[in-house]
Design a protein. Structure first.
Length: 110
């Protein structure tokens, strides 16, 4: 999804930043531990949105404090994996995804 005009680009950026925790949980659900820089690259490739380190790392630390993810230090970097609590949070969010989409449509409808 590559935003075509400035309004679309800004809106896409707002949605990505608002749902960044869900994007991270969804990616970690795939089972591969990933680091903060990997998440930045993934978000740019998928959504064409640049997320700064100043946004991603505080989010990861907060998610770790809330036991949604677990950090693992390797010799090169710190990577994260999904915890059971994180899986539950993701499942709960996905269960209401229709309501979230309906809300977004109602906000954007004429």
């Amino acid at each position: 999804m590559s935003p075509q005009n400035p309004v679309e680009r800004r809106l896409c950026e707002r949605f990505v930043k608002s749902f960044l925790d869900i994007i991270v949980l969804r990616e970690l659900e795939k089972g591969n531990p990933i680091g903060g820089h990997d998440i930045q690259i993934l978000i740019y490739k998928r959504f064409h949105v640049l997320i700064s380190s100043g946004i991603i790392y505080p989010l990861l630390y907060s998610m770790e404090r809330n036991r949604l993810i677990e950090g693992i230090s390797t010799t090169k970097k710190r990577v994260y994996r999904l915890t059971e609590r994180g899986k539950e949070r993701l499942e709960n969010t996905l269960d209401i995804s229709d309501k979230i989409l309906s809300f977004i449509k109602s906000v954007l409808s004429k």
